[in-house]
Every structure is written in structure tokens, then in C-alpha cells.
Design a protein around this ligand. Structure first.
Ligand code: ADP
Ligand code: ADP
Length: 228
């Protein structure tokens, strides 16, 4: 479980991105943060893996304050998927996916097996895709590789920031369906940022509705739809 306790983020005096939020993200569920542009979703997400430091309050993962954790081991336990993926352009699909396993000094044969398994999982035929470069991929394929890379070392937590935001609407729906299937199998603790209510309802176990740095509502999609 990821617990936010009175968390505030002030970038500067005029910009209070997050205002005293307290809520709990349950383990092994997908929690969506939704709200208009600028309401503090990305800031909230990035405080979990310490890309952004809170100005006040604290964030606990299974009872442990992230501020007290070694940042490298914290991030090894947290996969991260962003819009436009951020694949390393000079590295093959295989090497992109293997980034963290290599850091962890996994054996070569284990890495090979893991890369194939992950490519299968995200619906890309390993033999056709392992040696491609990112520029040879369509937008949808690149996002699939991004998901595979985030899952590589099997982290319990995945943070996703508009992961399907940059692809065409049809591909987007396909990626959502595939991702829902993957989550049904893996049951990761996922925090998923979007401003698309259809995407939220399709994927979420729970939805946190944000406005101006606050969480207005935190409930299941059914409850949110019943009491908009
Ligand atoms: P969202 O993800 O909901 O669009 P953000 O968390 O990105 O919202 O931004 C919340 C507010 O904080 C916005 O007003 C944004 O301009 C501001 N902000 C975000 N990042 C920074 C930063 N690095 N420095 C200063 N202000 C920032
Ligand atoms: P989508 O319809 O999913 O967006 P595209 O039309 O962009 O897909 O790409 C279709 C196929 O062409 C994909 O399998 C992709 O790997 C391949 N492809 C796209 N761009 C390139 C490129 N620059 N070089 C080689 N293959 C490419």
C-alpha cells in the first residue's frame, strides 16, 4: 500500500501543485489519478519515486517512508511508463527492455528468456522485434515496449503517466484492453495518470478525482459514475 499523509508540493510561492492530500493507494490494484491539466497528477505520481520531493507531509510504501529509502532500491521496485516512452534511441528493443536486469547483473540467458517472455506478454513477436530500433516502431509498438521495460525486473509497483496519450484513438483502446488483460494476470500496484474519463473507467479499480492540487473524490468507478 502507498499512503500519502498530508502531502503538499509547492514549486514556488505562486505554484502550489499539491495541497495537503491524504489517501491510500491499495496494493495489487490499479488506481487512476484523473483531473484537468495542471491539477497536480504528475506531481503526485513523481513524489512516489522521488523524482519530485514533497514540501510537506510524507509518503509511505508498506509503512516505510520513501524519504528514508535508498533511492536506487526504491526505483528498482517501481516501474515507470511515460508518454512517448523515452526508449533509448540507440539501443535495440531487447537492450531497452534489459536495462534494469543488466543493472541487476542477471545472467545473459536469464535476460534473453525474460525479454522474450515480456515481448510475448505485450503482444510483440520476439523474433521480429527484439533487434529493432525504437525508430522502427509505430507509436503503439513503442508504448508496448515501454510497458515491457517497466515490467522487466518484476517490480511490485508501476507508475504510468498518460502512457497511451500519444497514440491514435483506435490504438489507444487496443492498448487499454491489452493492458487490462496484463494487469488481470500480474496484479501490480499501479498508479495511472490520465485526463481521459473513458480510459479511467475502462482500467481503474479506484479513481482519485483531482482538482487544483486536492483530491475531491476517491472511489470505485461505479461509485464515481453513480455520484458524479
Ligand atoms: P498535471 O499532471 O495534473 O497536469 P502537474 O503536476 O504537472 O499537473 O502540475 C501541477 C502544477 O505545478 C501546474 O501548475 C504546473 O505548472 C506546476 N509545475 C509542474 N512541474 C513544475 C516544475 N518543475 N516547476 C514549477 N512548476 C511546476
Ligand atoms: P500503427 O498503425 O500501429 O501506428 P505504423 O503504420 O506506424 O503502425 O507502422 C506499421 C508497421 O511499420 C509497424 O510494424 C512498424 O514496426 C513498422 N514501421 C513503422 N515505422 C517504421 C520505420 N521508420 N522503419 C521501419 N519500420 C517501421
Amino acid at each position: 500500500m502507498i499512503r500519502f499523509e498530508n502531502v503538499t508540493k509547492e514549486y514556488d510561492e505562486e505554484t502550489v501543485a499539491v495541497r495537503d492530500i491524504t489517501f491510500e493507494i491499495p496494493s495489487r490494484e490499479l488506481t487512476v489519478l484523473i483531473g484537468p491539466s495542471g491539477c497536480g497528477k504528475t506531481t503526485t505520481l513523481k513524489m512516489i519515486n522521488r523524482i519530485v520531493k514533497p514540501s510537506g507531509g510524507r509518503i509511505l510504501i508498506d509503512g516505510e517512508d520513501v524519504k528514508e529509502m535508498d533511492v536506487m532500491s526504491l526505483r528498482r521496485g517501481i516501474g515507470y511508463v511515460i508518454q512517448n516512452v523515452g526508449l533509448f534511441p540507440h539501443m535495440s528493443v531487447k537492450d531497452n527492455i534489459a536495462t534494469v536486469p543488466k543493472l541487476l547483473k542477471w545472467e545473459k540467458s536469464k535476460i534473453e528468456r525474460r525479454v522474450s517472455e515480456l515481448l510475448e506478454l505485450v503482444g510483440l513477436e520476439p523474433r521480429s522485434y527484439a533487434n529493432k530500433l525504437p525508430k522502427e516502431l509505430s507509436g503503439g509498438e513503442a508504448q508496448r515496449v515501454g510497458v515491457a521495460r517497466a515490467l522487466a525486473a518484476d517490480p511490485p509497483i508501476i507508475l504510468m503517466d498518460e502512457p497511451f496519450g500519444a497514440v491514435d484513438p483506435l490504438t489507444r483502446v487496443r492498448l487499454q484492453d491489452e493492458f487490462a488483460r496484463i494487469q488481470e494476470e500480474l496484479h501490480k500496484t499501479i498508479v495511472f495518470v490520465t485526463h481521459d474519463i473513458d480510459e479511467a473507467i475502462r482500467l481503474a479499480d479506484r479513481i482519485a478525482v483531482m482538482r487544483a492540487g486536492r483530491i475531491l473524490q476517491f472511489d470505485t468507478p461505479e461509485e464515481i459514475l453513480a455520484r458524479p
